[in-house]
Write a protein that binds this ligand. Structure first.
Ligand SMILES: Cc1ncc(CO)c(N)n1
Length: 226
């Protein structure tokens, strides 16, 4: 049994909750409020900057060249593939990239990236791969589920979103993330596997909180004007 099969059993119920989340169903059927989507766009752009740092840490901690290439492939795919989606939508809304980058990460966003960066810095390459997995895999899972459930995308303003996350490039990026973790987890003792599993479950819960944060357009509980 692959390590990712074991992980699937622990995250399946959380991930099925994403599919029923109003933000996610709104993306699929096109009814999502544009203000909520713009909140996602800005928060996610700065999230992806931190997420990219993780892959750079993974490359640095890689035990061999092949592993390093896989982290670097994901880094490249995120910076030049996935983030093009965000830049494209921003341009449509008349939002400049500089403006996206000035977004102050919300409380949930900060907690999520800090959690991952903490584990990535303390752990080995397997811990970094565990931090990356839920993000790539769950977006691909959501993208593919939405494209199956809502095959009629012609008039959906979020069509590009569904196409990006269900498409070939992102599916392949996710395949790399899965292969990477399966390879790095090989031969590890149960004590270490349990920690990797905890990271994947916790990041899956953070993903749920990220959807909630976007649905409710949350930032921080009190505005302090930094
Ligand atoms: C919060 C979040 N999780 C996962 C992805 C997929 O890379 C993303 N763009 N943002």
């Amino acid at each position: 049994m692959k390590f990712t099969d074991r992980l699937w059993d622990s995250v399946e119920s959380i991930w099925n909750g994403y599919l029923e989340h109003p933000f996610v169903t709104g993306l699929g059927d096109g009814t999502l409020d544009q203000g909520k989507f713009q909140h996602w766009l800005k928060q996610d752009y700065v999230y992806l900057v931190e997420y990219s740092r993780l892959m750079a840490i993974g490359a640095e901690k890689s035990p061999d060249l092949k592993t390093m290439s896989m982290f670097s492939e994901m880094l490249h795919g995120t910076l030049f593939g996935e983030m093009e989606l965000h830049r494209g939508y921003a341009a449509e809304f008349g939002i400049l990239e500089e403006e996206l980058l000035l977004t102050e990460a919300s409380a949930v966003n900060t907690a999520y990236t800090s959690y991952m960066l903490n584990h990535a810095q303390r752990g080995d390459a397997a811990a970094v791969a565990a931090c990356l997995l839920a993000c790539a895999w769950s977006y691909n899972y959501i993208g593919r589920s939405l494209s199956d459930k809502y095959p009629e995308q012609e008039n959906n303003p979020y069509k590009q979103w569904v196409e990006t996350y269900s498409g070939e490039d992102f599916t392949s990026l996710n395949g790399t993330a899965m292969t990477l973790l399966n390879k790095l987890a090989e031969g590890k003792p149960e004590r270490e596997l349990a920690l990797l599993e905890e990271i994947v479950v916790k990041t899956s819960l953070y993903e749920y909180m990220f959807w909630d944060m976007c649905e409710n357009q949350e930032e921080w509980p009190i505005k302090v004007g930094l």
